[in-house]
Design a protein around this ligand. Structure first.
Ligand code: HEC
Ligand code: HEC
Length: 268
């Protein structure tokens, strides 16, 4: 009878299996957990599909362009200062052919008085000895406008580089923009998180406003270096993002207006 209740003796093979099981079971569990967590993160990762990868490439494009000039790279609109230096300075720095010189307020005064639209038309189509687009047909209208504004503002004008006169956004659009801003954009543009231009940053917004609304809309919708597309919220439609930009520009303009007398008083 006693033999029946006696436990079976463990063979050496069973002992080794039990030992391995004891050692490896936790390890396998840990590996499974890691694989699981990586699976979740993979699902959230930005660069999973080719389309997403393309979007990431688009976003980091300016870095590549700055490092190497790739003839196949998509065209990036240059700033007014860049276009001025590369094209317009050839005449407007020296006054060649009788061109009004950069920063020469006297030479520019009467011309500026013609108004933005006339100046822009002359810069794009040419005017007497001033060649169309400064002689560079590759320049886009916006690039010419920016260069023109860069020059005229240095001589006392207060223009914005816009192609079409932008209608003042309605109160309704601004209210919608304010709501979108508060919900999505404020966390970076109120705080300056990751280098976002704070609405109170007068200098940054003066420069941004000069780029024109079309540029700002595009930057906000498609994203920029550090600025996520649609503020990181894919559910936002173009109209909502644009309304938020309208609101931001209005707020920034008020900050600029409020800061201007202070800046003059503070100038030593
Ligand atoms: C080849 C020389 C040359 C280049 C390059 C040049 N300009 Fe001019 N620009 C002139 C001359 C000359 C005038 C004066 C024309 C006149 O009033 O007879 C002028 C005048 C202007 C005016 C004033 C027009 C007016 O109505 O009084 C603007 C605006 C202007 N240029 C913009 C530009 C911009 C922007 C660029 C660069 C994209 C540029 N120019 C490049 C020669 C040049
Ligand atoms: C996660 C932070 C973050 C959020 C959220 C965010 N932005 Fe930005 N945004 C940035 C940063 C950073 C920049 C500066 C990028 C640069 O220097 O090019 C920027 C720049 C911009 C610019 C200027 C473009 C330029 O050339 O710099 C606009 C316009 C803009 N954001 C609009 C918006 C709008 C509209 C929203 C909300 C729908 C929003 N942003 C939400 C981080 C953010």
């Amino acid at each position: 009878m006693a033999e029946h209740i006696e436990m079976k003796k463990t063979t050496p093979q069973e002992f080794v299996l039990a030992l391995l099981g004891g050692l490896f079971a936790p390890l396998i569990a840990i590996i499974l957990i890691i694989v699981y967590v990586m699976g979740i993160q993979g699902g959230h990762s930005q660069a999973q599909t080719p389309a997403d990868e393309q979007a990431v490439l688009e976003r980091i494009r300016p870095i590549g362009v700055a490092l190497a000039i790739d003839p196949k790279a998509p065209r990036v609109e240059r700033t007014g200062e860049q276009v001025y230096n590369e094209v317009c300075a050839a005449c407007h720095a020296s006054g060649a052919l009788g061109a009004p010189k950069y920063k020469d307020a006297a030479a520019w005064g009467k011309r500026i008085a013609q108004g933005y639209d006339t100046l822009l038309t002359h810069a794009i189509k040419g005017f007497r000895k001033m060649p169309a687009r400064g002689g560079d047909p590759e320049l886009t209208d916006l690039e010419v406008a920016r260069a023109m504004v860069y020059m005229t503002n240095a001589a006392g004008a207060k223009f914005e580089a816009v192609l079409k006169r932008e209608p003042q956004p309605s109160a309704e659009v601004l209210a919608r923009g304010q709501a979108v801003y508060a919900q999505t954009c404020a966390r970076c543009h109120d705080t300056g998180l990751t280098g976002a231009q704070r609405l109170s940053d007068v200098q940054a917004w003066q420069a941004l406003i000069q780029q024109g609304k079309e540029y700002l809309y595009k930057a906000a919708i498609e994203g920029t270096l550090g600025g996520p597309p649609r503020g990181g919220d894919d559910r936002l439609g173009d109209a909502e993002v644009k309304a938020a930009v309208d609101y931001m520009v209005e707020e920034a303009k008020q900050a600029i207006a409020a800061a201007t007398p202070v800046k003059q008083a503070g100038a030593r």
